[in-house]
Design a protein around this ligand. Structure first.
Ligand SMILES: NC(=O)C1=CN([C@@H]2O[C@H](COP(=O)(O)OP(=O)(O)OC[C@H]3O[C@@H](n4cnc5c(N)ncnc54)[C@H](OP(=O)(O)O)[C@@H]3O)[C@@H](O)[C@H]2O)C=CC1
Ligand SMILES: O=C(O)[C@@H]1CCC=N1
Length: 279
């Protein structure tokens, strides 16, 4: 299988790295290109066998599956670059939510998928959110999911839920890391405990909690109930958290969705040349 990656920034290079280290792809199967070519070259040098191309069209031409790993507003430039070399047997995969399957279907003569990864895929965990265009056949979907199975749990979702599921899966690691950092900062400030110790204990706690929720099959409510012994310390602190966090995640979701709508309008404008409201 020949796989191309256009954009070797944070997410493009993370995906390639995860596919390599997990054994999903061999370097000889991978071609990359990037706006700043030297970055693609430097990346390719780390994995002898990966081919760096100067032109996006050459990456697309060399590949059966092409991942576009650029920011939403940069998509249109890549689409214009690769359009002449796309054929109905090839698959283009967008990894970003505001670029709709319909945007790409209207422009490219190939099969279209959207797969939203997560930073957690670097350590072969978390989900990969899969949305498919109409021309994707069952074997195409299975092929992509077999690839992502090496580094994640691939989940098929409705495109209308992309934003909220991305909030949970892709933005979620940043949100959880933020909360953990606040917890550690407070521990250091309030007690003087060395930061490294607090950080290590808190990180181990987060990993253990995640395991209880997944492999341990506990619900979040069950974890709270088992930890908060009646009349104990955790129960008192949970009451405080309930009060302080009231409405916080509703506001968070309103914020991510408002930014998404803004991006969607910009992307639609870049594709269609006029403001179009989408989902
Ligand atoms: N970060 C995350 O956790 C997640 C990110 N995503 C999505 O991934 C996408 C990429 O994000 P991220 O990797 O963080 O962004 P980066 O800015 O790190 O990477 C974008 C890369 O695209 C390259 N690029 C831009 N325009 C072109 C072009 N015309 N041709 C070739 N290469 C180009 C840039 O090159 P140059 O070196 O010149 O800047 C850069 O290396 C975003 O759309 C984001 O929504 C999705 C899920 C999770
Ligand atoms: O912050 C962003 O825009 C991207 C989308 C999902 C995670 N990071």
């Amino acid at each position: 299988m020949k796989v191309g990656f256009i954009g070797t920034g944070s997410m493009g290079s993370l995906l390639i790295e995860a596919f390599m280290t997990s054994g999903a792809l061999l370097p000889a199967e991978v071609t990359v290109s990037n706006r700043t070519f030297s970055k693609a070259q430097t990346f390719a040098e780390r994995y002898p066998g990966i081919k760096a191309e100067f032109y996006n069209a050459d990456t697309a031409q060399a590949s059966d599956i092409v991942f576009i790993c650029v920011k939403p507003h940069e998509f249109i430039h890549v689409v214009k670059d690769i359009r002449p070399v796309m054929t109905p047997d090839k698959i283009v995969v967008s990894i970003t939510s505001p670029v709709l399957v319909s945007h790409l279907e209207g422009e490219l003569n190939c099969k279209i998928a959207k797969i939203i990864p997560s930073i957690t895929n670097l350590v072969w965990s978390g989900s990969a959110l899969c949305i498919y265009g109409d021309t994707m056949e069952d074997r195409d979907k299975k092929r992509l999911e077999a690839l992502f199975d090496h580094i994640s749990e691939p989940l098929r979702i409705e495109e209308s839920y992309t934003r909220i599921v991305s909030d949970l899966s892709s933005c979620g690691p940043a949100f959880m890391a933020f909360l953990l950092e606040q917890f550690v900062n407070a521990a250091v400030e309030e007690t003087g405990i060395p930061r490294e110790s607090a950080q290590q204990v808190a990180s181990n706690m987060l990993l253990g909690t995640a395991l209880l929720l997944t492999e341990g099959r506990m619900t979040p409510a069950e974890v709270q109930e088992r930890v908060a012994v009646p009349g104990g310390i955790t129960a008192k602190a949970l009451k405080l958290l309930e009060r302080k966090s009231s409405g916080m995640f509703q506001d968070l979701i309103a914020t991510t969705h408002a930014k998404y709508r803004e991006d969607l309008i910009k992307v639609s404008t870049s594709f269609y040349g006029e403001e179009v409201n989408g989902q």
